[in-house]
Design a protein around this ligand. Structure first.
Ligand SMILES: [Zn+2]
Length: 522
């Protein structure tokens, strides 16, 4: 095979894998390890240092416990166990009666203790969650009627609670050798939940949908804000045609997760096409070059020499723990969806759009509290607000839906949406004028009510004002009164004149009624 042929083949493979039509390649297996920080906690997992390390000077958010100094003892954050349990329940995992922490031993500069406190299921089932299952929709498949109700599911192997390591910051220069790196332990000890899936994904698009779905759930639970830098990181493992599994480590954007999968599938297929066997290895995602590169040789599980953490006793949650947590959980997106469809009588489609972003859903709920009209309010949010915002921000990366819509939320308030919905329902302004006002409101940040006043497009419903206009017309064209007794169209003719004078703002029914009264009394 010539080089060109090989490249064409490679391109062919790449296109096949692009899988934008929802095609499934059964030869591909993709599994995920998602690390999600519990960013809503006040403190770290085993000490009183702040959970939010982001705005603190390097190495100032540390204490003897998270630095692992001799004599210090970890104290488990109870809230972290509760938050992690909520995540387990939302992904339909079991929670064991007892949980145990283990030491995972390895030497790496980001780990001040030279071990990480984590969970381990080899000796006993002791991680906070196991055997879950969650369904997610492939929107592109969803539009196909045959596939519509199928959805897709992924099995969750386990969920474990562990501490985040510190951060290594590499020297930025152009030489190939890094002479030094900087270490910041502010993040060391922050509570992290690791979610391990079975290799149930077949393409990158599904992975992206799944990640969006679960991070949305975590936002609803109020345990984690996925928009914070580094709050959600993924390891991805990919194997093609029953070949060896390759793990790509520590990717922090969902867009890059998707790209790295495309790249890795193409790489592995090309290797096997040339009869070169794929090595089982760990690779890194090079964000700049958009390729995966080999990483340090990965330790085998037994090289970590796991043993139970002697400083934390086994924690007995009890048999009814899951039920207790479940009963006090915030409303999940799926529950909210059901409420929108069943009680608010919104369509599946509209409800889906609303719940897919907690900020938008909350915005809808806030607007409803001010003016209770689910149909009108949802219509304004979905058909005007979101479509306008999408138009305005079309060239922005779609990677982060929340960021994408943050713009409008800062400009338009629930009060404004409620006001405009009310004006429409009370027929104070017509829909076209309202839309116009709305577009301006999003661009300028001005309140719709103020804009309406500014351009004086409020409907004229005041009888006195309308009578004045009628008087003006009749005094200029006195013959109209005479004609009115024989010609029934005169009233409409006068109405036309008044509409022209008022720029269409006069209430037509009221005006016509008043015209008839005036003509009869003359
Ligand atoms: Zn600390």
């Amino acid at each position: 095979m010539t080089l060109t042929e090989s490249k064409t083949h490679q391109l062919g493979i790449s296109l096949n894998n692009a899988d934008d039509d929802g095609n499934v390649d059964e030869n591909i297996k993709i599994g995920l390890e998602i690390h999600c920080q519990l960013t809503r906690l006040d403190t770290k997992l085993f000490c009183g240092c702040f959970s939010n390390y982001r705005d603190i000077k390097p190495n100032e958010n540390t204490c003897p416990i998270c630095l692992g100094l001799p004599g210090s003892l970890p104290l488990l954050n109870k809230k972290a166990v509760e938050y992690a349990s909520m995540m387990c329940i939302s992904l339909n995992c079991n929670i064991p009666e007892k949980i145990t922490f283990y030491r995972k031993n390895y030497f790496y500069p980001d780990l001040p203790k030279n071990f990480q406190i984590t969970q381990y299921n080899s000796y006993e089932l002791s991680s906070i969650g196991y055997d879950g299952l969650i369904s997610y929709y492939n929107e592109k498949v969803e539009s196909d009627s045959e596939e519509k109700s199928k959805g897709k599911t992924v099995r969750i192997k386990r969920i474990q609670l562990e501490e985040d390591p510190g951060k290594i910051i590499y020297e930025e220069n152009n030489s190939k050798i890094n002479n030094y790196c900087l270490i910041d332990y502010n993040r060391a000890g922050v509570a992290l939940v690791e979610i391990v899936t079975e290799p149930d994904f077949r393409n990158a698009n599904d992975v992206r949908l799944f990640l969006n779905k679960i991070t949305n759930i975590f936002e609803y639970l109020g345990v984690s804000d996925p928009n914070l830098e580094g709050a959600v990181r993924c390891d991805v493992n990919v194997s093609v045609k029953g070949g060896k599994k390759v793990e790509i480590k520590n990717i922090s954007s969902f867009k890059d997760v998707e790209k790295s999968i495309f790249y890795e599938i193409t790489r592995q297929k090309t290797l096997s096409m040339h009869e070169i066997s794929v090595k089982s290895e760990t690779r890194h995602w090079d964000e700049k070059r958009k390729i995966t590169i080999p990483a340090r040789t990965k330790e085998e599980e037994d090289e970590y020499k796991y043993f139970p953490e002697p400083d934390i006793p086994r924690i007995v949650l009890g048999l009814d723990y899951r039920e207790k947590i479940k009963n006090n959980m915030p409303e999940l997106p799926i529950e909210r969806l059901k409420r929108y469809v069943d009680i608010h009588k919104l369509s599946d489609h509209v409800s889906d759009i609303l719940i897919n972003n907690k900020k938008i859903s909350d915005f809808y709920e806030e607007s409803l509290k001010i003016y209770n009209s689910p149909k009108e309010i949802s219509n304004w949010i979905v058909n005007e607000l979101l479509s306008k915002t999408n138009e305005l921000e079309k060239d922005e990366s779609p990677d982060n839906q929340s960021n994408k819509h943050r713009g409008f939320i800062s400009q338009v308030t629930p009060q404004q949406i409620a006001d405009i919905a009310k004006l429409i329902e009370e027929k104070s302004i017509n829909r076209n004028i309202a839309k116009d006002i709305f577009g301006k409101s999003i661009k300028t940040g001005e309140s719709p009510l103020k804009l309406i006043k500014n351009v004086e497009i409020e409907k004229i419903q005041d009888s006195e004002t309308i009578r004045r206009y009628i008087g003006e017309v009749l005094s200029n064209e006195k013959h109209l009164i005479e004609q009115s007794s024989t010609n029934p169209n005169v009233a409409n003719f006068i109405l036309g004149k008044i509409m022209k004078k008022t720029g269409g703002r006069a209430d037509p029914q009221l005006t016509l009624k008043l015209i008839r009264e005036s003509i009869e009394h003359k």
